[in-house]
Design a protein around this ligand. Sequence first.
Ligand code: DPM
Length: 320
Amino acid sequence: QLARIQTDYVAEKLKTLYPDVLLEIVAMSTIGDKILDTALSKVTSLFLNRVDLVVHSLKDLPTTLPNGFTIGAVLQRESPHDAVVLHPKNSGLTLDTLPDGSVIGTSSLRRAAQLKKKFPHLEFKDIRGNLNTRLKKLDEKEDYAAIILAAAGLKRMGWEARVSQVLGPEDCMYAVGQGALAVEVRARDCDILGMVSTLHHSETVLRCIAERAFLRRLEGGCSVPVAVNTEVKDSVLSLTGAVYSLDGADSLKEAMETSVDSGNKVEESADIQHVGVTAHNVPQCAQVAAEKLGVDLADLLLSKGAMEILTTARKLNDAR
Ligand code: DPM
């Protein structure tokens, strides 16, 4: 349902921009005999020319895309923050005021690591399934006192009213790319690439390039305890990045910033991807600076022992 809402949202934008273009939305479940709604099956359809563009949550896209594909649009980010959804019986409480031993549902290592450290009186348990399933599991049983979900997903589903608390960076930094939608296309399909590029939101592009470069350098996949916080203010892009042990007891966190002011420089039209993103209409020098910022911050953390923390976390998680 969330995937469909996100796809419809992008399709509506394209219809407004290109009223003469006929858009057809293909449900991935019709491609095979299974429900194939994963990033992999979407990209297979793209490869086979069955579809021309694919809508994803950016945070679910690997930092290195398969050859021949690119992210042709990164749309303006929704709130990137995580949110607390309470069991109705706990209405009015916060993570701070929930009773000792309350069980919080999340399968995100990133969320669990940060929140375990910050709220030691709480317990954390995996919760699986899509958003609908999770809310059902929360409301209809007594297993969880609350669950943690991305504010953006909840908003897109129309469930904003269930958000009791939005977590700021002091409680829980967000995942790389969280809250942004991405449109994936064939890298050599210039017509489609040109068409979707008008959807790019420059600030989101630069923030997400920095975040993805950071994660890529750390060799982190989508399931490692890595978190970020980014901001653009007066043409300065700042990135805070952190890595955590599974229990949050060990962590490394650093921040860096860079200018993304493109000045009046005339640009060669470079055909370059930055961590999978192709954005001809965003100043190249700013993209280069954003990518370098992510790499530099990762290198700083690596020099302080980030790889040890992540390797241990990965091993322990694989053994779970
Ligand atoms: C990734 C994670 C989760 C999703 C890991 C993380 C959450 C898994 C969980 C990489 N992808 O965030 O640390 O809670 O067990 C996902 C959601 C959205 C995209 C749902 C959510 C919607 C928000 C968005 C699952 N992917 O995070 O609550 O578009 O950014």
